[in-house]
Design a protein around this ligand. Structure first.
Ligand code: NAP
Length: 485
């Protein structure tokens, strides 16, 4: 093993202790690059979720009573513990998820930035005094933690999707119960190891693995849990939002996308190609913000296609993410590979022309060759669905009005990107694109200091920045009378 074996925790972290499932059942975890088993984590359900929520609820009162500064100190200690072992944690993440080691390190460092940002931002949870319409009363507005938060997270960013929820929750004074994806539980459970190392009070962070539907249902129904924060597919997000709505839980939903990546005739083509490579192929195309539809204006279509192909040939090297020089890890599992394959076949059947890749690589591991398809059209599945894999599909367009309509013609509204050197056009596009995140001449825009969130079927709420903290706070208005004024 290329990392500290103590990081493989085949147990769940509840109330500061490590437990097994009541049934003793486990779920196997496999390395997607080699198909080798990594370990077995508990297959927990309703009862263990109740236990975790109860531990978080017990820890809530003392945690929210701490000053923001004291919570901040705990959070910085957690970050110090993570940074001390970042090399091990990155190797663990690559082993269970597949992304290249450099990306895994980058993800963990970004996760730490989120937690440190919120450790400080928690000190700035300001209230308000409002001029009173009554001479003898005063109006005070304060912000309070919502209570215990339940976090359900995906496999594509096994560390940072947890870090950005955990950071905001803990800073706001909430405690948390985390349920990671069954494919990447160890990076999540490692937060338990780090919390122990950092001396965090028991019950503030609880992590459990197992039956997603049971754990999700208990989180939605349990009156001691007041907030559901979810990152994952739109399908599951809608299901959870409906369940949470039955019990009037506060929700944040970070869901799927279908990002348009638009290149105008007046764009800097080399920058646009570099942006397309980063946006499309980071994490082998398995990001919610990754370019799904690449629209190129007719005047530069051929030139862009050639340059993109050359860059793909030069930069994209599939293989085991633990090996030096690899830039394209495996897809998470066979189902993910089949989805990409079906999008490629569908596009080719409908008139697309294959310029690179097009099929799986090797016979072990779930590797798909970085693929380029030209002459893509709106009737193809790649135009309508999130591919979530290394398929770049090029669409040709003529006018600005046409591309705005095409780009917005989706139920999703997470990220979009465009490249142009015309300032007026930049503002016209920014204002017309129905998306929560806009990259203007930039292909990767995520940072802890800016809000991250989608519109339409891509979700509700924001993570990161000062706005992300509001999702973990309730507003309280107090009217103070009897002052003898
Ligand atoms: P997913 O299938 O929706 O799973 C996400 C999480 O939900 C996992 O922990 C999963 O558990 C759990 N889950 C599944 N069914 C559930 C249920 N009935 N009740 C409660 N929880 C349930 O998504 P994924 O395949 O892991 O992740 C990829 C998706 O996430 C893509 O659509 C991507 O765009 C989106 N995403 C969005 C953002 C964003 O910020 N907007 C960021 C990253 C990813 P199990 O794995 O144990 O089944």
């Amino acid at each position: 093993m290329s990392f500290d074996p103590a990081l493989i925790k085949n147990a769940n972290f509840i109330d500061g202790t490590w437990i097994s499932a009541n049934s003793g059942e486990t779920l196997g975890v496999t390395n997607p690059a080699t198909w080798e088993p990594i370990g077995e984590v508990p297959n927990c359900g309703r009862d263990e979720t109740k236990k975790a929520i109860s531990a978080a609820h017990k820890a809530l009162k003392p945690w929210k009573k701490l000053t923001a500064e004291a919570r901040s100190e705990h959070m910085h200690k957690l970050c110090d513990a993570i940074m001390e072992q970042i090399a091990d944690l990155a190797a663990l993440l690559t082993t269970e998820m597949g992304k290249p080691l450099a990306e895994a390190k980058g993800e963990i460092a970004l996760g730490v930035k989120y937690i440190r940002f919120y450790a400080e931002e928690g000190k700035r949870v300001y209230g308000d005094t409002i001029p009173s319409p009554w001479a003898d009363r005063r109006i005070l507005v304060t912000k309070e933690p919502v209570g215990v938060a339940g976090a359900i997270t995906p496999w594509n960013f096994p560390n940072s999707m947890i870090a950005r929820k955990l950071g905001a929750a803990l800073a706001a004074g909430c405690t948390i119960v985390i349920k990671p994806s069954e494919f990447t539980p160890y990076s999540a459970l490692a937060f338990g190891v780090m919390a122990e190392k950092a001396g965090l009070p028991g019950g503030v962070i609880n992590i459990l693995t197992g039956n997603a539907a049971e754990i999700g249902a208990e989180m939605c129904e349990n009156p001691d849990l007041r907030k559901i924060t979810f990152t994952g597919s739109t399908r599951v997000g809608k299901l959870l939002a409906a369940q949470a709505g039955q019990h009037m839980k506060k929700i944040s939903m970070e869901l799927g996308g279908n990002a348009p990546f638009i290149v105008f005739d007046d764009a800097d083509l080399d920058k646009a190609v570099a942006g397309a490579i980063a946006s499309k192929f980071r994490n082998s195309g398995q990001t919610c913000v990754c370019a799904n539809r690449i629209y190129v204006q007719a005047g530069v279509y051929e030139a862009f296609a050639e340059k993109l192909k050359a860059a793909m040939d030069a930069d994209l090297i599939p293989g085991n993410g633990l090996e030096t020089g690899i830039t394209q890890g495996p897809l998470i599992n066979e189902a993910a590979l089949e989805k990409v394959d079906s999008h490629v076949k569908d596009a080719l059947e409908k008139g697309g022309s294959l310029k690179a890749g097009g099929s799986r690589v090797g016979s072990a591991g779930t590797f798909f060759a970085p693929t380029l398809i030209a002459n893509a059209t709106p009737d193809m599945r790649v135009a309508q669905e999130e591919t979530f894999g290394p398929l770049a599909a090029l669409f040709k367009f003529e006018t600005e009005d046409e591309i705005v309509a095409l780009a917005n013609n989706t139920e999703y509204g997470l990220a979009c990107y465009f490249y142009t050197s015309d300032l007026g056009r930049s503002f016209r596009m920014m204002e017309q694109l129905e998306y929560g995140l806009v990259g203007v001449n930039e292909g990767v825009i995520t940072t802890e200091v800016a809000p991250f969130g989608g519109v339409k079927d891509s979700g509700i709420g924001n993570e990161g920045s000062k706005y992300g903290l509001d999702d973990y706070l309730n507003i309280k208005y107090s009217c103070i009378g009897g002052l003898g004024l």
